[in-house]
Design a protein around this ligand. Structure first.
Ligand code: ATP
Length: 368
C-alpha cells in the first residue's frame, strides 16, 4: 500500500492562489483529513491529487510513482485512485448492483461471475446485502452513500479520495456514518485523503488531520496534538474553544501581561517578544476550599462576572484581578460560584500554549 506525498503544490485561478506551496505526506494505509474553513483550498487539493486539475508548480507522488511534476502528468484514469463525492454521483437508471459493478467495467480480466462475486461481497461489507435490485431513488441518503463507498472500494484503488461525503446527511446519520467510514478504513487500510470542514468529523475519522488555511497546511497532527498543542492562533481557534491572551515573553517560558505572570508549556519564545498564549477553558481549574491548587500550577485571583449553565458543563467568565483579562472557564455542573464571587484559578504551565501568528485582540472572542 503506497503513501502520498504532495510537494509545494500551487494552483491559481487568475490572481487567486487557491492552493499555495502546499506540502503534505500521507503514510501508507493512513487516513488524513484536510480540514479548514470554506475556501481554504481543500477541494482544490483533492482535485489536484485526483488529476482533475493540474498544478502550476509542485509534485504529486504515490509511492515511487511521480503522478504530476513540471515535466509530466499522469491522467486521472491511470492514477489508481477512487473518489467519493458529497452528491454520491450514482446513476439513477441503474440498480444498486449495476452501480457498484460499473467501476469494474474497465478492469481487464474480470469475468462476469468474478464481478458478481465482488459486487455481492462489497455490498455485504457496507451492510447493503439484499439491496441489489433497488434503484438509488428507492434508498435513503445514508444508503446511497454506502453504495458510493462500495462502488469506490470494489475497484481496489491504491488511494481513496473523499470530498465532504457526509455533508448531505442529517446530523444523526452523519454521526453514525463517521464510525462506519472509520470501520471500513480499518478493514481495508487504503491510503485515504478525506476533505471536511467539520472538526468533529475529522477528529473521529482520521489518523491525522491537516488544518488548511489560505491554501497551505497550517499544522498537521493527531486530533489530540492539534487540540493540546496548537502551533498557531488559527489552529487554536479553529479546533475547539480557547482563551487567547496577548502577553510579552519576559524570560524563556514565562509570559507577562500587567500583574499576570504565566509559566508556559514550552520555553519559547526564548527572548523578550510579544506572544499570544492559548488556554483551553476546561484546562482552568476553579479552586474551592475543598482542594488546594495543584502543585506547580499558575495561580490567579479573579472575580466571577457571569455563569451560564450548558447542561453537561457550566461556563464561567472570570475577570483576572489586576488585569483587563476575562477568562472563560468550563467546569462540570453544578455551578459552585456565582457573579460577584471571588475565586482562585489554577492552570498548569502545560496548558498555557504559546502561539505564533496574529495578536489576540484582533478578533472578537479574544480574552485580551
Ligand atoms: P468549501 O469548503 O467551501 O468547499 P474549499 O476549502 O474546498 O471550500 P476550494 O473549493 O478548494 O475551497 O476553493 C479554494 C478557492 O479557490 C476559493 O476561494 C474558491 O472560490 C476558488 N475557486 C475554486 N474553484 C474555482 C474556479 N473554478 N474558478 C475560480 N476560483 C475557484
Amino acid at each position: 500500500m503506497p503513501g502520498v506525498v504532495l510537494k509545494t503544490l500551487t494552483k491559481r485561478y487568475g490572481d487567486l492562489a487557491a492552493v499555495e506551496g502546499l506540502s503534505l505526506e500521507v503514510g501508507p494505509g493512513e487516513l488524513v483529513s484536510l480540514l479548514g474553513p470554506s475556501g481554504c483550498g481543500k477541494t482544490t487539493t483533492l482535485r489536484l491529487v485526483a488529476g482533475f486539475l493540474q498544478p502550476e508548480s509542485g509534485e504529486i507522488w504515490v509511492g515511487d510513482r511521480c503522478l504530476s511534476s513540471p515535466s509530466g502528468v499522469v491522467p486521472p484514469e491511470r492514477r489508481r485512485m477512487a473518489m467519493i463525492f458529497q452528491s454520491y454521483a450514482l446513476w439513477p437508471h441503474m440498480t444498486v448492483a449495476q452501480n457498484v459493478a460499473y467501476g469494474l467495467r474497465f478492469k481487464p480480466g474480470v469475468s462476469r461471475s468474478d464481478r458478481d462475486r465482488r459486487v455481492a461481497e462489497m455490498l455485504r461489507v457496507v451492510q447493503l446485502a439484499g439491496y441489489e435490485p433497488r434503484y438509488p431513488g428507492e434508498l435513503s441518503g445514508g444508503q446511497q452513500q454506502r453504495v458510493a463507498v462500495a462502488r469506490a472500494l470494489v475497484v481496489e484503488p491504491e488511494i481513496l479520495l473523499l470530498d465532504e461525503p457526509l455533508s448531505n446527511l442529517d446530523a444523526n446519520l452523519r454521526e453514525e456514518m463517521r464510525f462506519e467510514i472509520r470501520r471500513l478504513h480499518e478493514a481495508f487500510g487504503i491510503t485515504t485523503l478525506y476533505v471536511t470542514h467539520d472538526q468533529a468529523e475529522a477528529m473521529v475519522i482520521s489518523d491525522r488531520v491537516a488544518v488548511l488555511h489560505r491554501g497551505r497546511v497550517e499544522q498537521v497532527g493527531t486530533a489530540q496534538d492539534l487540540f493540546r498543542r496548537p502551533r498557531t492562533r488559527f489552529v487554536a481557534e479553529f479546533i475547539g474553544r480557547t482563551n487567547l491572551l496577548d502577553a510579552v515573553a519576559a524570560e524563556p517560558g514565562v509570559a507577562v501581561r500587567g500583574a499576570l505572570k504565566l509559566r508556559l508549556a514550552s520555553r519559547e519564545p526564548t527572548s523578550t517578544a510579544p506572544v499570544v498564549v492559548s488556554i483551553r477553558p476546561h484546562e482552568i481549574e476553579l479552586v474551592t476550599g475543598e482542594r488546594p491548587a495543584p502543585a506547580g500550577a499558575n495561580v490567579l485571583a479573579g472575580t466571577v462576572q457571569r455563569t451560564s449553565y450548558l447542561g453537561d458543563a457550566v461556563d464561567y467568565q472570570v475577570s483576572v484581578t489586576g488585569t483587563d483579562i476575562v477568562l472563560r472557564v468550563t467546569a462540570p455542573p453544578p455551578a459552585r460560584v456565582g457573579p460577584g464571587d471571588s475565586v482562585i484559578l489554577a492552570v498548569a504551565p502545560e496548558a498555557c500554549v504559546p502561539l505564533t501568528g496574529g495578536a489576540a485582540g484582533e478578533e472578537p472572542g479574544s480574552a485580551g
